[in-house]
Design a protein around this ligand. Structure first.
Ligand SMILES: C[S@@+](CC[C@H](N)C(=O)[O-])C[C@H]1O[C@@H](n2cnc3c(N)ncnc32)[C@H](O)[C@@H]1O
Length: 284
């Protein structure tokens, strides 16, 4: 006897509990898998739950589930989709999956930006921050984005096309090299900041599948990119310009010190939605 949509939804939810943080997340992922494979909306499980599902489609669902549970591939990479700032971004394992807390960095950037300003996103990945800003602001602001990873920039350009934005993505290069000689009113960055020593504590989804170059700074120094942003960023900022960065929890006092020592003004640590110190703003 073939399994019904309801049966399958229940099996998916139960199995996904092993790799998700809450029953709500397991249900959300089950809904996404059904939507991807069977093209059903979540409500269909209630309105048409007794519908039998053909064996061929069940097989596709079990393959999907196996990749998620055995290989711990993040659902976003399996679906090639992650939402950020209400926008659907294409993602693959060359890019960090956008995190909800980074949306606050976009909010802080929007509060500073005025029409006619120029903005640089350093370490853009799939274009997360730059594209969210461009989508919101249109052509009133000139937005440029850089990354050291060529494959990540390819993903960013796919997102640019799909989301119809006008970010100027530069050829791959280290930090400010792709914008040598230019100046911006706002530099925004969410650089790699995870301590290599924390590797044993990371979920397999992160450690096995997300690009290490997007997670860990080189060497043993978690402040590597903040030191460089503070020291090397000044020639790229207009007078009155601002640097706005995401940091790891607990890192803001150290990051503030580097910016104060480099002569920035109004150096401020800010809290995220979870009330953790997760952002630093510094004016030039
Ligand atoms: C934490 S991810 C941030 C991605 C995206 N901006 C976001 O907020 O979701 C850091 C990004 O910095 C890039 N990156 C690492 N080293 C870099 C460097 N030396 N110069 C420029 N970008 C770099 C990585 O390729 C990665 O895309």
């Amino acid at each position: 006897m073939s399994q019904t949509l309801q049966d399958i939804h229940q099996i998916l939810r139960e199995q996904l509990r092993a790799v998700t943080v809450s029953p709500a997340q397991a249900t959300a992922e089950a809904d996404l898998i059904l939507e991807a494979v069977l093209h059903t909306l979540p409500a269909t499980v209630v309105t048409d739950g007794h519908r039998p599902i053909p064996e061929s489609q069940c097989q596709l669902l079990w393959n999907f589930l196996e990749q998620r549970i055995q290989k711990r591939i993040p659902i976003q990479y399996l679906l090639h989709k992650a939402f950020f700032y209400g926008l659907p971004f294409y993602v693959n394992p060359h890019v960090l999956i956008p995190r909800p807390e980074t949306e606050l960095l976009v909010e802080k950037a929007l509060a500073f930006i005025k029409p006619g300003m120029s903005v640089l996103d350093v370490g853009t990945g799939p274009g997360t921050i730059a594209i969210a800003l461009s989508h919101k602001l249109g052509d009133s602001v000139r937005i440029t984005a850089v990354d050291v990873s060529e494959p990540a920039l390819k993903v960013a350009k796919i997102n640019q096309k799909t989301l119809n934005t006008s970010v100027n993505f530069r050829p791959a290069g280290d930090l400010f090299a792709p914008v040598d000689g230019e100046r911006f009113d706002l530099i925004v960055s969410n650089p790699p900041y995870i301590d290599e020593a924390l590797k044993p504590t990371l979920e397999p989804e992160v450690l096995w599948h997300e690009p290490s170059g997007a997670l860990f700074p080189p060497g043993e120094d978690v402040y590597y990119f903040y030191k460089r942003l503070a020291q090397e960023g000044k020639p790229f900022l207009n007078a009155g310009g601002r640097m706005l960065m995401e940091t790891g929890a607990g890192m803001t006092p150290g990051v503030c010190q580097f910016f104060l020592a480099a002569g920035y003004k109004n150096v401020t640590a800010m809290r995220d939605y979870a009330d953790l110190d997760r952002m630093v703003s510094a004016d030039f």
